[in-house]
Design a protein around this ligand. Structure first.
Ligand code: NAI
Ligand code: 5RP
Length: 340
């Protein structure tokens, strides 16, 4: 099948390559001409000029956007005058599902179809395949199924576990039509909310292990902690790369995120290349908003999001306010920071 791919960054380029390896014809576009070179060598047709890109596509055209969420509306506005009735725009990035609902309505009025696809798999998707969470009209989704089936891991995914729905759903192949427009990105939003929680759980647990030698270095211990500490209980110098590795082998908490964590710790046990300022691209916030709208408690997912804000120094002033209040009501002075 032919597919147009706009956005050839960390995700789009690998997805185009995976599709070509599985026999699809790719027409590619990016504002960065250099991002097309390798794909063109592999057989893709490509141009930086959007009008020429559209002219290379056969009707009904299928155009997959793999762009930062912030530029999707702009690119759709440029694309629409170039498209014809019956053409399909697929947004495979991390858009907010509210935007999908609006876009699908606007495009429907022009005779165009819109499909939202939550894509998971990161830069490893080229080899492992991508998990696809899809929202849109059933016949349009079915029309695109050769593309979804080729991007997804498929039934031979080595990580796949036996499933109860065998033979009844494409879910066992790694892609799923989740519902009407917005449903794909709704499911991806919650997927990423869970991702934040899982990531925070591993990070917090490993931090407890890392500090289990605190009784051996009482001279460094925070002045607040010293009176409460029984040094004899904290005499362990754990090897974190080894612990992450052993947890990968048959443990209850084994996972792909743990595999990646173990790899990172093998490379550098102190993670000295990172400052620990953790960004967020919106999905965790939208998950928290949906939970509030539904009045569903999400203490773990919400705390994981808040932890990212703190990591960027956004709690510093609040902490100063706390110290100021302690000083005001109890005359408590701030104690010195631990020696490093
Ligand atoms: N990196 C990841 O692990 C994952 C990313 N996503 C989502 O996929 C989307 C793409 O992510 P990445 O590939 O990581 O981003 P990226 O920043 O690596 O690539 C974006 C590409 O879009 C191009 N681009 C920007 N504006 C353009 C325009 N107006 N016209 C044509 N091309 C344009 C850029 O030149 C770049 O090549 C985002 O929505 C992201 O949130 C989804 C799952 C995983
Ligand atoms: O969708 C993804 C993974 O599933 C992307 O890597 C996304 O960028 C992760 O979210 P955040 O940037 O908020 O950490």
């Amino acid at each position: 099948m032919q597919l147009g791919m706009i956005g050839l960054g960390r995700m789009g380029a690998n997805m185009a390559e995976r599709l070509m390896k599985r026999g699809h014809a790719l027409v590619v576009n990016d504002t960065r001409a250099e991002s097309m070179v390798e794909l063109q060598k592999q057989g893709a047709t490509g141009t930086v000029v959007l009008k020429e890109f559209v002219a290379l596509l056969t009707k009904p055209r299928a155009v997959w956007l793999m762009l930062p969420a912030a530029v999707v509306d702009k690119v759709i506005a440029q694309l629409v005058p170039l498209l014809d009735e019956g053409d399909i725009i697929i947004d495979g990035g991390n858009s907010y599902y509210h935007d999908d609902i609006r876009r699908a309505g606007e495009l429907k009025a022009k005779g165009l179809h819109y499909v939202d696809v939550g894509t998971s798999g990161g830069v490893f998707g080229l080899e492992r395949g991508y998990c696809l969470m899809i929202g849109g009209e059933k016949p349009v989704v079915e029309h695109l199924s050769p593309i979804f089936a080729s991007l997804a891991p498929g039934g031979n995914d080595v990580n796949a576990q036996p499933v109860a729905v065998a033979g009844k759903s494409t879910s066992e192949l790694g892609y799923l039509h989740c519902g009407a427009n917005g449903a794909g990105h709704f499911v991806k939003m919650v997927h990423n909310g869970i991702e934040y929680g899982l990531m925070a759980a591993y990070a917090e647990g490993l931090n407890i292990l890392r500090n289990a030698d605190i009784g051996l270095r009482t001279h460094e211990v925070d002045a607040e902690t010293t009176p409460l500490l029984h040094p004899e209980h904290y005499q362990y110098s754990f090897n974190l790369p080894d612990i992450a590795e052993v947890w990968r082998r048959g443990s209850v908490i084994s996972s792909w995120l743990l595999d990646l964590t173990a790899d990172a710790l093998q490379d550098d046990p102190t993670l000295s290349n990172f400052q620990g300022r953790v960004s967020d691209s919106g999905e965790g916030r939208w998950t928290a908003i949906a939970a509030i709208d539904e009045a569903v408690p999400t203490p773990v997912l919400s705390a994981a999001l808040q932890e990212r804000f703190s990591s960027r120094g956004n709690a510093d002033f609040a902490n100063k306010v706390l110290s100021a209040m302690r000083s005001e009501f109890g005359g408590h002075a701030e104690k010195p920071a631990p020696k490093s």
